[in-house]
Design a protein. Structure first.
Length: 393
């Protein structure tokens, strides 16, 4: 490990246990020196504060693997374009970060530590700024809601038409902002393979008290405009011709459906088993569509699984147990998406039964069920956009 990396890790280890106070201090300083930046963040700063340390933790952890770190930082830089972050903002954030580390790691802070952080920040911000400058896709897309179907108590399927072409890989997700909650972004998986008319579908569950999900499910109508950020995520369709096992919990069905649609459209003919798990039979929100998909592709078997409804006549149980009850999936390519505990338990069972990790594709984001993402995740949108943001919400 280089001296610089060691100094950064040692000082960060002192600050991490007081991350809450340190991030409050960071944003306090940032806004005190650059009050105009406050307008780029949402009213509730809990998420950006939490996310600041998520990012720092990841960067510090990856200091010794420059390749992974560079690609992570480049992704952050590209994503930050949707907030209108400029090189100037990076300078202000760097000064606030250094002051924060200096204060909370004062016990061991030296000139060398200061130089190590300063150099690392300069390197990181350069990668982010360059990646943002090199990106040619739009920083955000306006999208019109062209369809809004309430599928069950708390789930709606939205169809969106972006104003410009948006390329994405089946399995990816997009950040979404509604006019009801300016500057608040949440991610939702794209639930279809790319279509000729460019439309996207989202499967949204309104979580109790949820800002964005409730706005999308209960207060959004056709004709409304949403704002979408660049698609992201590493889940992608298989390159092999192996049979597929797809395990979807609730709206975890969305990215899996996109992958299945892509495989079906590719002309390949693998057998696909879809285990679609929900708590109550009434939550099987996409059965008519799935049945239609299976009717046109006889190699697809859709198996709804219900966990908390003793009266349900079909497959009952928790998804990890049901997956385990089948003879063997070792020859399959596997896709798993849903609440993290369900995904973790399913992956553990599959691994134990001999499915190689390389063949298990999961939505790698541990925050899927509780989206608290990058500072950027809830940071603002350029005013020039907000000024023109029309919605009927
Ligand atoms: C990569 C990724 C993909 C995602 N894809 C989808 C998708 O396709 N469909 C979808 O519906 N959601 C999806 N999510 C979750 C989504 O991004 C939001 O986190 C979720 O909609 C809640 O946001 P909110 O603003 O409504 O709630 P918030 O205002 O953030 O939270 C309000 C309250 O609800 C709690 N809460 C937040 N999320 C949940 C939850 N999931 N269950 C129970 N309580 C919760 C919070 O702790 C808080 O107390 C995805 C998340 C990630 C990270």
């Amino acid at each position: 490990m280089s001296l610089n990396a060691r100094l950064i890790k040692e000082s960060f280890a002192l600050v991490e246990p007081v991350a809450g106070r340190a991030s409050a201090y960071f944003y306090g300083l940032l806004f005190a020196h650059r009050p105009s930046l406050r307008g780029m963040f949402p009213p509730d700063m809990a998420a950006p504060r939490g996310r600041l340390f998520d990012v720092l933790r990841r960067v510090v952890r990856e200091l010794d693997s420059p390749e992974g770190l560079t690609s992570y930082l480049a992704g952050l830089g590209r994503d930050q374009r949707r907030y209108g972050f400029s090189p100037e903002h990076h300078t202000a954030a760097g000064a606030a970060l250094l002051a924060t580390m200096r204060r909370f790691a004062a016990r061991i802070w030296t000139e060398e530590t200061e130089a190590a952080w300063s150099e690392a920040y300069a390197m990181a911000s350069r990668i982010m700024i360059d990646a943002a400058a090199a990106e040619t896709t739009p920083p955000w897309w306006l999208a019109e809601v062209t369809g809004h179907e309430a599928r069950c108590r708390d789930i709606a399927v939205l169809t969106l038409r972006p104003s410009q072409r948006m390329d994405f890989v089946p399995g990816q997700h997009v950040p979404v902002q509604t006019a009801r909650w300016p500057r608040v972004w949440r991610r939702f998986s794209i639930a279809n393979a790319p279509r000729a008319d460019g439309t996207l579908r989202l499967h949204v569950r309104a979580v109790p008290g949820g800002w964005v999900s409730s706005a999308l499910v209960r207060h959004t109508r056709p004709g409304d405009q949403l704002l979408l950020g660049p698609p992201a995520g590493t889940m992608a369709p298989p390159e092999s011709d192996r049979d597929l096992l797809c395990v979807a919990g609730g709206t975890g069905l969305a990215p899996i459906k996109a992958v299945m649609e892509h495989v079906i459209a590719s002309g390949r003919r693998p057998n696909i088993h879809l285990l679609f798990g929900v708590r109550h039979a009434g939550d099987l929100y996409d059965m008519p569509d799935l049945t239609r998909l299976a009717a046109g592709f006889p190699w697809l078997r859709v198996l709804p699984v219900v966990s908390d409804d003793p009266a349900y006549q079909g497959l009952r149980g928790r998804l990890p147990d049901v997956v385990d009850a089948f003879p063997s999936w070792t020859g399959h390519e596997v896709y798993v998406c849903g609440p993290p505990p369900m995904v973790d338990a399913t992956v553990r069972r599959l691994r134990r039964s001999g499915v190689p990790l390389a063949r298990i594709h999961r939505d790698a984001d541990p925050e899927r069920d509780r989206d608290r993402s990058d500072p950027t995740e809830t940071a603002g949108t350029p005013d020039r956009f907000l000024a023109g943001f029309e919605s009927k919400t």
